[in-house]
Write a protein that binds this ligand. Structure first.
Ligand code: FAD
Length: 688
């Protein structure tokens, strides 16, 4: 169609406005930082950049792209590691790419001399990670709209694939399986085996390491690459910003993005931009010493955040002061903790994973997962920088010997600083380039919690039910402390005016004291774990321990509906814990709900440490086989929440046994029935 003059004027105005908006702070801003990273700019302030992967690789001279679909950061980490290794060992010109950042219609035009590597995590019930949804829908469509004229459209595409999954879920590694199948269906050539890492068996890292050697061999052969001696090359340069101090207004002290730095934070609040929410209420739910479970109410009324019953809230943690100090000490950075630095990507496709200029302290406290288990490959990478020959030899051995590594590091639950202290004794690890830590350690990940309140009852207040992680490791003096739950625990104590000093020294007032007055950074993640839209439908819920969290929300909602005169269906909740007097969550609330629902609600409890025999929720389920079966015949929804490794599996097989007995059908047939319930969303899981 022809454009008339008015259209042109309107378009030009829009275009100018868009350019002005997108480049805000670049052309129009006064405080443009010459070392500002793309990360700082993309957060909350999206820059115009190409979504055309072929164009991107052409302009940056790349011949290998490593795409990742990542939810908790592991797949992203593996992608960076593959990219680095491809470059250092085989001279590939690699880049890492977030699947969300590109279109895939021209995947067939990547070229014969290039390769695409896909590192894909499977999330929940065989779902793609949030950043891989569009890609997955595109590639698994019956007829994806490829722009390439070739037939089949992907015949010139070479690809490599690795999946991250958990065998305790039914759709184990379905992402990598389905994507590989789809790519091959359109003619793409897979190189090497499609690898599968298993978090359920706890072998993810070793599965990855074992998969990648034969993969590199196959890839080198296919692309005619020569292996060379790998030498560590930093991806980021560290630039000292001596003219700045930690009090300079443009220095990030842990603020997640520019809007937060400038005090103009606004929605949408999401995985790139948290809302700093007030905690309106907090209390403990257990009555035992040394085991703590928190109930917190997070006020989202000051934001445009919304949730519906069954969603998850993500909490953005900070590392404890104890661990930050330990890390800065062992790396010799304690004195320089407040020095201001910028990071400069030394190659054009690398993204600095946090905003700069910033301080070492802020990076370590807010952006690096310093408490997590250590990767064997990372130990091998930094071995050359060990402080003594002895330590270097030990690091090399740890890096090469899987069993030795497990005995010395994994089995002791060491984090990176503890591992370095263990290997190096009193020596400080000052020679390790800081870039190696930035590249080799994960970004701090938000932790998810199943919201334990109903959005119908409290639309703008989100409840969390969380057990404080504290694990006594045999042979270790210090217990392992979960990052987020101990952070929340410290916040609770502060809220209650607890005068005792925080043993973990969290900086709970946040960067520039912006979280003072008991605030926590959060965002909301929608889930598919939902009540039936018709409240008169019966429901059966199985949720031991904190697995009861979303069911408190479900029951709260149905109780409110019943109170308002709605016809609410039978509501059965199976809850389990150790002892009635110790860890029976929300014990007094259930009675209220029972009253409100006038007999429609029953709570069935299993206390595992009260009698001579351990009783679990699945045993109780079995005892109620008749009613469970009848309710399912009335199309009851069946929900399971909590421990994925054991409980959810047990419940699944118990239900199959119940159906087999009650309906007098073979167990194999009953298993099919459970499977079809899952497929029809009549059986829903929220497990971790
Ligand atoms: P982290 O620091 O993440 O540590 C967690 C565990 O990792 C430790 O216990 C340990 O086993 C291991 N670990 C940590 N460091 C090391 C190391 N150096 N070496 C070896 N192992 C190590 N939890 C709830 O309490 N309530 C909920 O309602 C809830 N809902 C969830 C919903 C979803 C969808 C998901 C995915 C998870 C949910 N969780 C819930 C779990 C929650 O997200 C957190 O994983 C949990 O609270 C622990 O977080 P943390 O930061 O305190 O512990």
């Amino acid at each position: 169609a022809q454009l008339d003059t008015l259209d042109v004027v309107v378009l030009a105005t829009l275009l100018f406005g868009t350019v002005a908006y997108l480049t805000k702070g670049t052309y129009w801003g006064v405080t443009k930082d010459p070392y500002a990273t793309s990360y700082a700019n993309t957060n909350g302030n999206k820059q115009a950049k190409t979504r055309n992967i072929v164009e991107k690789m052409d302009e940056s001279n790349k011949n290998c792209v490593v795409f990742y679909g990542s939810q908790t950061g592991t797949a992203e980490d593996y992608a960076s590691r593959l990219a680095k290794e491809g470059k250092s060992r085989f001279g590939l010109e690699t880049m890492v790419a977030d699947l969300e950042d590109y279109d895939f219609d021209n995947l067939g035009s990547l070229g014969e001399d290039r390769v695409a590597i896909f590192v894909l995590a499977t999330y929940g019930e065989g779902e793609p990670t949030d950043n891989a949804v569009d890609f997955y829908e595109f590639i698994t469509a019956d007829e994806p709209a490829f722009s390439d004229p070739a037939d089949p459209p992907l015949q010139s595409l070479k690809f490599v694939a690795f999946g991250l999954g958990n065998n305790t879920y039914e759709h184990y590694n379905s992402m990598v399986r389905n994507v590989s199948k789809a790519l091959e269906k359109f003619g793409a050539q897979r190189i090497g085996m499609a690898g599968e890492g298993d978090d359920g068996a706890g072998t993810m890292e070793e599965d990855f390491l074992a998969w990648k050697e034969p993969m590199w061999k196959a890839l080198a052969e296919k692309m005619g690459l020569e292996e060379r001696e790998a030498v560590y090359e930093p991806v980021f340069g560290i630039v000292d910003r001596e003219n700045l101090t930690k009090d300079s207004p443009e220095v990030y002290l842990g603020e997640p993005n520019k809007m937060h730095l400038e005090g103009t934070a606004k929605g949408p609040f999401n995985a790139h931009n948290p809302y700093i929410a007030p905690i309106s209420e907090s209390r403990e739910l257990f009555t035992v010493k040394d085991r703590n479970c928190l109930h917190m109410e997070i006020d989202i009324s000051g934001s445009n955040l919304n949730y519906t019953t069954g969603d998850h809230i993500a909490v953005w943690p900070t590392n404890s002061g104890i661990e930050v100090d330990r890390f800065l000490d062992i790396t010799g950075l304690l004195e320089k903790r407040d020095s201001v630095i910028s990071l400069k990507a030394l190659e054009p496709t690398a993204k600095v994973p946090f905003p700069t200029p910033t301080t070492y302290d802020a990076i370590v406290r807010y952006h690096m997962e310093i408490c997590a288990p250590v990767s064997r490959q990372f130990i091998a990478t930094i071995a050359p920088f060990a402080p003594t020959e002895e330590a270097k030899a030990e690091m090399t051995k740890l890096g090469n010997d899987k069993d030795y590594f497990h005995e010395k590091i994994t089995n002791r639950y060491f984090n990176i600083a503890q591992a370095l202290a263990h290997v190096g004794g009193l020596e400080k690890w000052t020679a390790v380039p800081f870039s190696a830590f930035v590249e080799g350690l994960n970004k701090v990940q938000p932790r998810y919690y199943s919201i334990s309140s109903s959005s119908l009852v409290q639309k703008k207040k989100i409840a969390i039910t969380a057990v404080v992680e504290s694990l006594q490791i045999p042979g270790q003096v210090e217990p392992l402390k979960g990052v987020t739950t101990n952070y929340l625990f410290s916040l609770m104590k502060k809220q209650h005016g607890d005068p005792s000093p925080d043993p973990l020294s969290y900086n709970i007032t946040g960067p520039r004291n912006k979280y003072d007055g008991i605030h926590v950074p959060v965002h909301v993640r929608n889930s598919n774990f939902k009540l039936p839209s018709d409240p008169s439908k019966p429901i059966i819920m199985v949720g031991p321990g904190t697995g009861v969290a979303p069911f408190r929300a479900f029951v709260q909602e149905r109780a409110a509906q019943a109170k308002a005169g709605e016809n609410v269906g039978r509501t059965l909740l199976f809850f389990g814990c150790r002892k009635k007097a110790e860890d029976f969550l929300y014990s007094s609330e259930w009675k209220e709900y029972e009253k409100d629902m006038g007999g429609k609600f029953s709570l069935i409890t299993a206390f595992s440490r009260e009698g001579s025999k351990k009783v679990y929720v699945q045993h109780r389920l079995k005892e109620h086989a008749k009613e469970v079966n009848e309710l399912l015949q009335q199309k009851a929804y069946f929900y399971v929440c909590g421990d994925a490794a054991n409980m959810a599996r047990e419940v699944n097989s118990t239900l199959a046994r119940i159906l087999s007995e009650q309906r007098d059908i073979p167990e194999s047939k009953a298993e099919e029935v459970v499977k079809s319930m899952r497929a029809a969303n009549q059986y829903q899981e929220d497990v971790w």
